[in-house]
Ligand binder design. Structure first.
Ligand SMILES: Cc1cc2nc3c(=O)[nH]c(=O)nc-3n(C[C@H](O)[C@H](O)[C@H](O)COP(=O)(O)OP(=O)(O)OC[C@H]3O[C@@H](n4cnc5c(N)ncnc54)[C@H](O)[C@@H]3O)c2cc1C
Length: 389
């Protein structure tokens, strides 16, 4: 197997890397190679990642790496999280829902009381609790004001009724960041967030693990709530009605994780494609030698590099507390659009093998389609950006 040698193949190291992060990358990469990759085919078959892997990731210190150590996290920043996203996504490991786990934890970190942070974050960092974000409903996706899952206060509890759909980590999650309606009379200020521990919770039920086009190792699920009683001290943000406000505050973080995953997947697909086209022969020469292949790879190399520079800039801005909503939206829509185009070009260069699930680029192609849909659709991203113009 040829090692990459061309200038375009030289790794473009991010400006935010340092020696500590390089060591972390080595450790994460070893973990991914030994604990995740060998299990991926089984995860795809069973449609979920094993809880055991979550616990091992927690033991190794790879969960909540950007949460302060006093709450059980790694005490780092988003760059540390980025290393795990990159090492998973460039290998096409799309089932491990670390992104939503971290995002759910960040709501607790940013809006929780000291007691709430101490209650949930250390267990999430250890992988004992697996997080999910439960916003979307059959009748409310882009328009979250349509959320109908109802939470009614009764003494020291909320009684929750309703359902959610398309929930990442849905079947294995043991803590939900659940968006509920506490005031039916006020569409936008009537939303609140409850952190709900789901183990042995009466009235709570996981529905179907949904049958998807891609990301088949991910247990995207339906969730049902029937008179579920949640202690009132699980309300985030101290008072009811702050749900939408909290959701808006954390969007740049969420969108950057999607954009970064997109860049890492493109980098992985590109490397695989260069390797393959240098090995595969047709008409007495390597596929890589046809002018069309060289030009396609030149285009892909350029697009991946531009995306990488943009996402690196966003990472630096996020770490500095300066990533604004519009820039994060730009990164989300542009990178996920280009991701699909780039991976489609890679599939084409693999010929028929690119259509076979046993090939990484095939799985990455199917996995990439949803990147333009979740986390706010790309149309919603443009809507957001256009409002600031
Ligand atoms: C694999 C997967 C994982 C997911 N994970 C989660 C999760 O963990 N938690 C969670 O809560 N949700 C999750 N989702 C849900 C996801 O965020 C929603 O599907 C998404 O926000 C779109 O909502 P919708 O499906 O209801 O589409 P709709 O809102 O019905 O949109 C349909 C179409 O109309 C367009 N549209 C809507 N409004 C506008 C507008 N104002 N202007 C222009 N066009 C518009 C959309 O862009 C889209 O093209 C996931 C979805 C998938 C597929």
């Amino acid at each position: 197997m040829n090692e990459p040698t061309s200038a375009a193949m030289k790794p473009c190291e991010s400006p935010w890397m340092d020696d500590d992060l390089r060591m972390l990358r080595e450790a994460v990469s070893r973990f991914v190679e030994t604990e995740m990759l060998p299990r991926e085919a089984q995860w795809r078959k069973q449609k979920h990642v094993d809880r055991e892997t979550w616990r091992k990731a927690g033991e190794a210190g790879f969960l909540l790496m950007d949460v302060p150590a006093e709450y059980g996290g790694g005490g780092g920043d988003f760059r540390h999280e980025a290393v795990l996203y990159e090492e998973c996504n460039r290998r096409g490991l799309s089932g491990f829902g670390q992104g939503v786990h971290s995002i759910a934890a960040h709501y607790v970190l940013n809006y929780g009381t000291e007691e709430q942070k101490s209650r949930w974050l250390p267990r999430m960092a250890r992988g004992e609790l697996i997080g999910a974000i439960a916003m979307t409903e059959p009748g409310a996706g882009s328009d979250l004001n349509g959320i109908r899952t109802r939470a009614v206060r009764e003494g020291d509890e909320y009684v929750v009724n309703g359902s959610k759909i398309f929930i990442t980590n849905g079947s294995i999650a043991t803590i939900l960041m659940l968006v509920v309606r506490t005031d039916p009379g006020d569409r936008s200020r009537g939303l609140s967030i409850l952190m709900v521990e789901t183990e042995n919770l009466p009235g709570y039920r996981v529905g179907r693990v949904l049958d998807k086009m891609g990301m088949t190792a991910q247990d995207t699920s339906e969730l049902f709530f029937e008179d579920v009683r949640v202690p009132a001290d699980c309300l985030l943000g101290l008072e009811e009605g702050r749900g939408m406000h909290m959701l808006m505050g954390d969007l740049p973080y969420e969108r950057l994780t999607i954009a970064l995953g997109g860049v890492a997947a493109m980098e992985g697909a590109y490397q695989e494609t260069v390797r393959y086209t240098k090995e595969r022969q047709a008409f007495g020469q390597k596929i890589a030698e046809f002018q069309n292949t060289r030009f396609k790879l030149a285009e892909v190399a350029t697009q991946v590099r531009v995306a990488r520079v943009f996402v690196d800039r966003c990472i630096e801005q996020l770490v500095a507390g300066e990533l604004d909503t519009e820039t994060a939206a730009m990164a989300k829509w542009w990178i996920t659009d280009i991701q699909q185009k780039v991976i489609d070009d890679c599939v084409q260069l693999f010929g028929g093998y690119g259509y076979m699930n046993e090939y990484l680029v095939c799985r990455m192609f199917a996995d990439s389609r949803v990147q333009r849909i979740y986390g706010g659709t790309n149309e919603i991203m443009k809507e957001l950006i256009s409002r600031s113009i």
